[in-house]
Design a protein around this ligand. Structure first.
Ligand code: AMP
Length: 214
């Protein structure tokens, strides 16, 4: 089964994707993570997109479609969670074509619905462990021992450059202008489901599980 998680920044796509990976052994393909890796390793493309990402704008379709098609080649068979991809109609068409060439398709597109007001608080307070990537939040989920990662004991934490309030505004606008039209497309092709993303993380995970089992 291949699924897409779709929702505005801060909806919890990455967190839920990691849970699904742990519970079902699927593979998470996050274009955001791929771009951050490219930036961190200082590749020419990584440096080119760094400024665009820091502003909260979308990088070009060509770059992200190239990244996804390269990564898909290394994934043996169906069982992918697409997190943060596709974000434009051109990317959605390219993904359908890439999967079709492997005899596969997208089975479910899960929209994680959240209130805009909640997003600002969620995003501006989040940080993650520099060693294992576990995600924390200043108020909603601080580490049990201050300064120590619950998951791996790491003591270095990172905040994303684009988790500032001004970049978030741009990211939200990109979502509404460029990504939300995908909801109509996936609805029209009978693949769209939605879950309420405002609940506890476990409840959201359970709602997503129900979609898998439907
Ligand atoms: P994310 O981690 O999914 O929130 O992505 C972080 C940033 O990476 C976005 O704000 C964009 O600048 C860029 N990005 C990630 N995925 C895509 C995509 N599918 N299309 C265009 N830009 C993307």
């Amino acid at each position: 089964m291949n699924i897409i998680l779709i929702g505005p920044p801060g909806a919890g796509k990455g967190t839920q994707a990691k849970r699904i990976v742990a519970e079902r052994g699927m593979v998470q393909l996050s274009t955001g993570d791929m771009l951050r890796d490219a930036k961190a390793s200082g590749t020419e493309m990584g440096l080119r997109v760094a400024e665009i990402m820091a502003r909260g704008d979308l990088v070009t379709d060509e770059i992200v479609i190239g990244l996804i098609s390269e990564k898909l080649e290394a994934v043996p068979s169906a069982g992918v969670i697409f997190d943060g991809f596709p974000r434009t109609l051109a990317q959605a068409d390219a993904l359908d074509a890439l999967l079709a060439s492997r005899g596969e398709k997208i089975d479910h597109v899960v929209e994680i619905r959240v209130d805009d007001d909640a997003l600002v608080a969620r995003i501006t307070g989040r940080f993650s462990c520099a060693s294992c990537g576990e995600v924390f939040h200043d108020t909603a989920r601080p580490p049990e021992r201050e300064g120590v990662c619950d998951a791996c004991g790491g003591t270095e934490f990172l905040r994303r450059a684009d988790d500032s309030e001004s970049a978030l505004r741009t990211r939200l606008m990109s979502y509404y202008k460029q990504t939300s039209p995908l909801l109509g497309f996936y609805h029209a092709t009978g693949r769209l489901r939605f879950v309420d993303g405002m609940g506890e993380m476990d409840d959201v995970a359970q709602a997503i599980s129900k979609i898998f089992e439907s």
